[in-house]
Design a protein around this ligand. Sequence first.
Ligand SMILES: [Zn+2]
Length: 969
Amino acid sequence: MKHSSKLILSLGLIFLFPLFNSLQAEQKNNQEYTAKILEYTTAKFFLTELVDHLPASDTVPTPQKILGNIIGAPNILHYTADINKYMRAVAEASPRVIAFSIGQSDEGKEMITAAVSDEKNIERIERIKEILRLLADPRKINDSEAEKLITEGVPIYWITGAMHSTETGSPEMLMELVYRLAVEETDFIKAIRKNVVVLVTPVLEIDGRDRYVDTYRYKKEHQDKKSLPLVYWGNYVAHDNNRDTIGLALKMSDNLSKHYFEWHPTIMHDLHESVPYLYTSTGTGPYNAWLDPITINEWHELAYVEISEMTKRGVPGVWTHGFFDGWAPSYAFYLAMFHNSLGRFYETFGGTGADTLVRTVGGQSQRAWYRPNPPLKAVKWSFRNNINLQQSALLFALKHVADNKSKFAKDFYLKSKRSVAKARAEGPAAWVIPADQKRPLAAADLVNLLRKHGAEIHKADKEFTLQKEKFVAGSYIIRLDQPYSRCVDMLLDTQYYNPDDPRPYDDTGWTLGALHNVNTVRATDQKVLEVPMTLLEKDVKVEGMVVNPKNAVAFLINHRAENALMKFRFELQEMKMQAAETSFKAGDKKFNPGTFIIPVKENPEDMLSRLKNATKDLGLTAYGVASVPKVKTHELAVPRIAILHTWVFTQNEGWFRLAFEKLGIPYSYISVHDIKDTEDLKNKYDVIIFPPVMLGKAQRLVNGISSDSPIPWKKSEKYPNLGGPDSRDDIRGGMEFKGILNLRRFIEEGGCFIPITNNVSLPIDYGMVESVAVVEPKNLKARGAVLQTRIIDTRSPISYGYDRTLGVYFAGAPVLETGMKAVFGVDIQELFDGEAKGRASGRGSLKDADVIQGRPLQPPKIKGAGTGIPPEYREMMKLYLPPDLNTIRVILRFSQKEKLLLSGLLAGGEELQNKAAVIDVPLGKGHILLFAINPMWRYETQGSFFLLFNAALNYNYLDAGRPKPAEKK
Ligand SMILES: [Zn+2]
């Protein structure tokens, strides 16, 4: 049976591709490998003539020779080490391939890239790199030089695989692709070799790939047991590793970024798997508004080459347009887009690991204008099919670039030129980051991030005036007459996402000035380009210092919500420090509430030298004073902080861990099981932060994962990649009721619990908080937007160091209601006022009193008259008034709808305006802080980190500044 079906399949192929088969020269095929390709492909229309065989080679090993199986064999996935081994073996054997390390993963494993081209190109590879480097900066060459360089050089096409660990096909396919490109002697492949350098980075998320292969092997070897969920992918985040290109916080992003700047690849192509059968990226729009339109045209050009070549060969389900939008720049392929190259991606049809199975397609099997030849409703799908489609389409793209090599190199040069021209054409001319702003460290951080993105940044040599504003000497000027002007403008500008546009695929706003709490100025006046300025040659480091150390009795460090202050507390943890509870003056300097006061007397003798070192290193300034300021203070803690995770979803907490580690702030990493099993949590921790869990319904947090047999998540000899960053013999269950009780006790005994975004439902649904409710808005759309909040409670320690407004990241939920409406679910007043709302039609204006004819005019006010709520109800309601009704403190509120949107998408803003963004709820001796906003998102929200840090440092004194009952209105 098997043989005959294979035969029919082969015959079918021969008939299907008579035209294309003539392309294959006399080179012999590896017959065994070829037979397996045909065997593992489930239908002839999932093959093309490019991949229906494997050419034989006497010198270069096939994947089968090194790894034992052909690529795409059922049930076989390879570890990164095997993939690297294969790439190196090919490089060893072929003069057309080199392989080299590009860095390490977050967990210390090696990332590699292989380069394939013809021998001549490989020999002159350094020159090819140099040519692209020169073309990348048109300020240094003229057009005729560029023309020569374009003729001399070749474009570089960089393919990356396995960003997402559950998407398993690409690294396998890339091994075969490298082999094929190295050995095949058809005119088709020769043209690619001659005119393109192909870079292949087979695995981006190294740590996650190896974890996934372990879970897949576990599944195959324990058919009787439940399969293991991939609890973690990388060390910090899962799917969001492809959202790090703004913050560049993961090692992977760092490696890729350096890789980009070394090679300046003309095209970067990232391989993903989700929808059937092959989606090639353009997008539904709105497209990113800062890109050169040439880039968008290139998207379409290559997409339609692939669609048309594949469709011609009878391959169904190759399409474009209807998948992602094209808006946000946080994806890895933006490393190319930011720098005038082209970034693109595929989504191909994966499966479960390397299984063969019948797969049914829903809506995407429908015809649409952008999918005239849709996927089939149901089909037997194999791992090899996925390999065939990815590889074929890529080869068509590579061939198109090879055939149009000058065009793509010219486009790259032209886009670079137009980026340089931006300052004087469409503008703005520059962005200015004033040096004299309140948070010089945050400004320096932002400058350094932009430098990491390749931006050139200058410092003004002297004071200047621009657009009626004065800027001090030393202000940062980012001229937009530089090659990477679009990247800078994209990251600093304001985004507007029309709510009527297609549903956004991801975040809609990312304005870094607002998110970093740094003042940035868009300079449209071209005079800014004439300001005398000096190029920064290295990263900015703000030098800290100690002022007036002589005879000082205390040192003051002003609180401006600079993240370094948190690190400072931990660097000098055995020192006694106080926080000022209000603002005060010392000499002629004004200090903010929260200012650190470090008394000399109570601290060790060597404190001054240590203070000098720490402030110098962290860029903080400590002022010595001859008398201790007369201001109410409390002790600043060195809090024991725990970051709490579930086993249901670990991703978003990874961004919190990452931020803590980057800033050098110690924390314990605990799971819901630790909450359940630790009765005396307060003995171990002072602050427990509970970062957002996707679909974080309270019940799921409490009940966790259910299964009738244990689910281990830990390393073993057989599965060395499982486990980590946290591990456990059995991850079933959640916090349970026991955990709720432990958590409640922790808070009542003085701990601070901080659930973020949807996790607020845990303390609300389980009765720890009563006067706050999560409400379902009807019209609100604010997906991943940057919104403005107002600091309402300026005396709460949580707002120390902040100004009156703060730009925050809001994911779109939750919306929090407070007070009576939260308690009763309805507006009681409104309920009883009923139809008496407003005034009846009658005499006078809207504000006048009506006059009823034929009876005495009622006096306007009667003593003792209250609301329309009947007295008997008012008495009864008292029984239901919760204890926290008058003790909750709203620290931040969303601004009025007119001012709410700073960047991104906002519709239905009236449902969010004035709603609480951060609430402090006292419980026993401790506090619950409810965050509707996410203060630690994707390493982009540095400006709101300190809301958490303030809470932690002052966890024991969060009641400071609380209005006394008498003061309450
Ligand atoms: Zn993906």
